[in-house]
Write a new protein. Structure first.
Length: 240
């Protein structure tokens, strides 16, 4: 496949900023070893602000075909920059047809949105707003898929709903994933419960009172992080 001019320019811009020392650190930080959640992922060692700057420079002129080349790239930062561009294109789109095409692209290529930062930079900025006034069954399909990153997409997408004081789907998905074995999902679920608590303390408290004894410790700690010390200690000791 012949590389598009824009995709080539973006890849060259990122490659120019590569830092081998930082790349080595990131490969450990994002768990790229055998059997780890980011197994086999490769890094250039480019800082996120630099990626965002490049995305800001190119997003207007980049097509979905260009982004397809970027999202398929084996370097993490190139895929993340593609995500930053995709989010900007979605947010700036003026028609539902344009937004639909971006959502379809996102869903068709979700196997390449395969680390927590890629998910967390996009799910609540693309799928969340798109599904807000639509049927949300897609999120439940993702939550039940058994695929780690699909499940994280389902959880993080609901952050958009939470930000609009709509907690129902977040709590239903949290309940379905309550005993998930992987801390990537435990942390995401706990984070969403915490965000609900930031907006509606008693809704989060009621949910936790009902479910906390069945939660993994990691999920619980994330969920209660902003509670008063006495309440936190009560949950952790199992006395609430």
């Amino acid at each position: 496949m012949v590389q598009s001019v824009k995709a080539k320019e973006i890849i060259q811009s990122l490659t120019y900023l590569a830092d081998p020392v930082k790349a080595k650190f990131l490969q450990g930080y994002f768990k790229t070893g055998k059997g780890e959640y980011g197994e086999g992922d490769k890094f250039l060692g480019v800082k996120v602000p630099e990626q965002r700057k490049i995305a800001g420079q190119f997003w207007k002129d980049v097509t979905l075909d260009d982004l397809k080349e970027l999202i398929l790239n084996h370097y993490h930062e190139i895929r993340l920059t593609a995500i930053f561009i995709l989010v900007q294109k979605f947010q700036k789109s003026k028609s539902n047809e344009e937004k639909q095409a971006i959502v379809d692209f996102y869903f068709d290529n979700k196997q390449y949105i395969n680390n927590w930062d890629l998910v967390d930079s996009s799910a609540h900025k693309i799928l969340g707003p798109w599904l807000y006034n639509k049927d949300r069954s897609l999120l439940y399909e993702l939550a039940h898929s058994g695929q780690l990153w699909d499940q994280r997409i389902a959880v993080i997408s609901t952050f958009y709903f939470i930000d609009h004081d709509d907690f129902s789907d977040s709590l239903k998905i949290a309940e379905k994933l309550l005993q998930h074995p992987h801390d990537i999902i435990q942390k995401a679920v706990g984070w969403m419960i915490r965000e609900i608590g930031n907006r509606d303390y008693y809704t989060a408290l009621q949910f936790l009172r009902q479910h906390y004894k069945n939660m993994p410790r990691t999920m619980l700690r994330y969920a209660i992080e902003k509670f008063e010390p006495e309440t936190r200690h009560g949950f952790l000791k199992g006395t609430i």
